[in-house]
Design a protein around this ligand. Structure first.
Ligand code: PLP
Ligand code: ZN
Length: 428
């Protein structure tokens, strides 16, 4: 017998639109550029202008108590996501509700008064990508897809392969062949179809779009299911607000690859305000990139509305998207909220990883190093207010990017197993 089908529906994915009732509070897809609406379904681009589609909702009444009574994972927010009401009953990786760490030591090192680290390395495959994949998988089932697929810079590959394994469906994952060895192994271990491609992420992404055009029942989570996938990042924003005691921070620094995470954290804050779940107050959103792949930072600093694609060259491979789909929307959010987009060198990325580890005992991956060092740069340039409450995101686990720090960290000494040897080493 073949693998269990992904879908309840028996109709081919593109032939029939899904009844909205199966996707919880989601009501339609809306073009972010021209506002054209279309029915919910396996669509990602506007028919009028090819702009990206976004989910529209009709939210029911939702109280803090309702959410607090929910599961200890992202499904406590299912009433705000394009997923069926019974989503938590289907096998899934149950990501989310990662810790929000009060980072007093790092704050002191940087001259900040109140700083928190949202540590998303605590997710099932150790990055924030488990959130978006869980939502994409739930929607893909409803939309009739059979295979869970993605082009990835690494973490998404881990998350898709694991989520598909847990759901008992087939995965098909495509990554650049120069990916970190750790991320290759931590994807391959879950089984599924796993292809390394001789090219950079933007090449892999283009290939995935072409394959998606031929394989109609393959859900490329971040391509043809992207409107649903992207909503998963809202849960980061919801959790930060809930974990702060149902209020918003003053400032937040978010790593930027495609830019989806940053824009959806802002969307989450806006939704919580509209639903009356938090008090309306100003907050500023900052984006963090590596200088070796900083097209959004360059556009922000140059005062441009258009993001000019770059060829990535950085150790922060999880952020190495040279042509970021949501780049213009990152510019919108950061400018609207009075934030900024900054970038830091690879050397500063490594310093950022080490600073977070030494001060807070949190080993972040290169994306975390980018975020910590961008925070420092924004403080030094006066763009971040040191007296205002700040949250930064550590979006992945340092064990997945060991090569970044391997050359610069080592044991204090290597000694023979004798007390004399210990004394001689002057370590006391
Ligand atoms: C994918 C990723 C991001 C950013 O994601 P976008 O939504 O594409 O901007 C940040 N950090 C890590 C570790 C990632 O894997
Ligand atoms: Zn449009």
């Amino acid at each position: 017998m073949g693998r269990k089908g992904l879908a309840m529906a028996t109709t081919p994915a593109n032939d029939q639109l899904t009844p909205a009732g199966n996707l919880g509070p989601a009501t339609a897809l809306v073009c972010r550029e021209c506002g054209a609406r279309r029915d919910l379904g396996p669509h990602y681009a506007c028919e009028e202008c090819f702009g990206p589609l976004e989910i529209d909702y009709a939210f029911g009444d939702l109280t803090r108590a309702d959410i607090e009574a929910g599961p200890q994972n992202i499904w406590r927010y299912k009433g705000l996501l394009p997923v069926p009401a019974n989503v938590a009953d289907t096998p899934n990786t149950e990501p989310g509700l990662t810790r929000l760490v009060r980072a007093d030591n790092l704050a002191e090192a940087l001259g900040l008064q109140r700083l928190w680290v949202k540590d998303d390395s605590g997710n099932p495959t150790h990055s924030f990508k488990d959130r978006v994949v869980a939502v994409a998988l739930a929607a893909a089932r409803e939309l009739g897809f059979k295979v869970l697929a993605c082009p990835s810079t690494g973490n998404l590959a881990n998350a898709v392969a694991a989520a598909a394994a847990r759901a008992g469906i087939r995965s098909a994952v495509f990554v650049p062949s120069n990916l970190e060895q750790q991320k290759i192994i931590t994807t391959a271990v879950y089984g599924g179809t796993f292809v390394t491609v001789d090219g950079n992420y933007d090449d892999v992404n283009r290939l995935a779009s072409e394959i998606a055009g031929e394989q109609e029942d393959w859900a490329f989570v971040n391509v043809n299911v992207r409107p649903y996938y992207a909503e998963g990042s809202k849960t980061l924003g919801y959790e930060i607000a809930e974990q702060l005691g149902w209020r918003l921070p003053d400032q937040i620094v978010v790593p930027v690859a495609s830019g989806s995470q940053l824009t959806k954290i802002d969307k989450a804050f806006q939704e919580f305000i509209k639903l009356g779940l938090v008090e309306d107050k100003p907050y500023r959103v900052f984006g963090a990139q590596a200088a070796g792949c900083g097209p959004v930072a360059a556009a922000f600093k140059g005062g441009h509305d258009v993001v000019r694609p770059v060829k990535p060259d950085t150790i922060a491979k999880s952020l190495a998207i040279g042509n970021p789909a949501d780049g213009p929307y990152v510019l919108d959010v950061t400018r609207r909220t009075g934030g900024a987009v900054e970038d830091v060198t690879d050397e500063q990325v490594v310093e950022g990883i080490r600073l977070l580890a030494r001060t807070e005992g949190i080993f972040g991956e290169t994306a975390g190093g980018v975020t910590v060092s961008v925070l420092r740069k924004l403080i030094e340039s006066g763009q971040i207010d040191p007296s205002a409450e700040t949250v930064i995101i550590n979006s992945g686990d340092g064990l997945k990017t060991l090569d970044a720090v391997a050359p610069v960290v080592a044991p204090s000494a290597n000694i023979k197993p004798t007390l004399d040897a210990f004394r001689a080493a002057n370590l006391a």
